[in-house]
Design a protein around this ligand. Sequence first.
Ligand code: C2E
Ligand code: MG
Ligand code: MG
Length: 579
Amino acid sequence: MSVSAAPLAFREYDDENDPLPGDEVARRYRTLIDHLPLVVYVDALDSVSSNIFTSPQIEPLLGYSVEEWKTDTDLFTRLLHEEDRERVLASHAQTHETHEPLSIEYRLIARDGRIVWLRDEGVIVLDDHGQPLYLQGYLLDITREREAELQLRQQALYDTLTGLANRAFFHERLRHAIKLRHEEGEATGLLYVDLDDFKGINDRWGHDLGDEVLREIGRRIEQSVRPGDTAARLGGDEFAVVLTEPLTPEQAVGVAERLLKEIGKPLESGSGPLYTSASIGIAFGDHDETLLKEADIAMYRAKAHPDLGYAFFDPELDRAALDRSKRIGELREGIARGEFRLDYQAVVDLGRSSITGYEALVRWEHPTAGELPPGEFIPLAEETGLIVGLGEWVLTEACTEATRLCQLHGRPMHMSVNVSARQLHHPDFLRHVTRAIDASALMPSLLTLELTESTLLSSDERVAETLRAIKELGVVLALDDFGTGYASLSYLRQFPIDVVKIDRSFTAHVGTKDGDLVLLKGIIDLGHALELNLVAEGIETSEQHTIVRKLGCQQAQGFYFGRPSHPAQRDLDASIGGI
Ligand code: C2E
Ligand code: MG
Ligand code: MG
């Protein structure tokens, strides 16, 4: 702490120089000191700045008595706000050393936990010979000023109604994001959100409710964006979101869809639920004004197709988004209408040259586009979660067909079913499997679930638990497309896998490329060492067939043995090509 007025109250009275008796001076000044709206202090210049005097105003200010300041030499350092401590102690040390005045602002934590902002002005008092005596000063409470400053700053940067960034701050954040992205050679994404018919809400329900709606929408927008992104209110019913992290257009659509879903949830008002909707314009670029203009234009386009709710500035992306949205709608309807069917591809035993079972492969009989392969709709079904229902249907249908095949051939027939990540992670997956087995009365050991490495990629302990439970039923687990993922071997250790399906990319060129042959041999040898059952995928020629058989692969699948086909068509076609 520290000041400059003569320390009369603490000096020995000097008969010759002092015009008044010492006691009188002490009394007068003491009264003054006691009534100043600040704390006066005197500290010794020893290593711990021992406190010699503190005026009583300190107690209401910080909750510690004058006595405590005197006796507890460490109190000041302890009460210093962590962020200020180093700076304040360094300043004090400098004043002790150089005898320069002290002038500093910092925070102390009061006994009740309040943060008190103080201005500390102090001087070193010298004796007649220029020798330093002590540090004398005052502490002024500036908490209110600081809070007012903070409030001003808050008002300058944030929207008072919603607490979101205001237009000025939004521009600052946008420019910052653009600069960061630009350095990485990436464009920044901007979402421009405009409520639909907000004027109607104001007119019908009044401005108070209108404000309430804006506050609630602001809160929902803020909660829907990721931590680094900036949500702002640009004015009226217009909001914006700066996507700070680089996003693909698909991911930006994901954000837009999430926002629209949140905004569309009913709002509670005194007279029942109130529904709002919004239109979102999406633009990518690296210039703030242009971005804003383009997102705004896109937003107006979004208003023109309210079923989608969002639009890109770039018409190409817009078309892709429209197609995607249309496809999702069709997929949902297609599932409800049962537009899917399964084809089955034979799996053959290379030793006995006989069919041991089939793999079920789903197809969509699209009403206008014709038959679609899984590659064209599984990713979308996966993204939207529609795969869970579709996958359950596939499981039941495939198990039923397996039972039929067993009866038809009079011997066990295995059935392999592909399972996607979303299905596997679904809390009811185990139930879906048991339901399919029960409904079809299939022996669980005749069902194989095919999981790819990417399916297992984000599997946690819960998924491992589900897989163990499925294994306990007697169901077989296969790792599909082996070798195309990242951590094939670790999965074999981590999960109870019995079968490995070697991806087509390893068998495709074995007849022509020596390197591929070595690789395939390595995989097969490894499989043998781990006592796994191996299935070679994508066998198209007799040469490939001979090679995988010679290398000791137990089973194979591919066009050479048969293309995936519909049961009715296959039942007629008794002979299998190649074997
Ligand atoms: P997959 O499980 O690896 O299935 C094998 C794919 O390879 C099938 O393609 C099959 O038609 C094709 N194929 C089989 N033999 C040959 C061959 O000799 N040469 C060539 N070039 N291709 C061959 P499809 O039916 O288009 O299925 C692609 C993928 O879609 C499947 O790969 C599987 O991952 C996924 N899938 C199929 N049905 C389902 C399903 O019901 N659920 C899930 N989640 N995914 C499925
Ligand atoms: Mg498969
Ligand atoms: Mg495969």
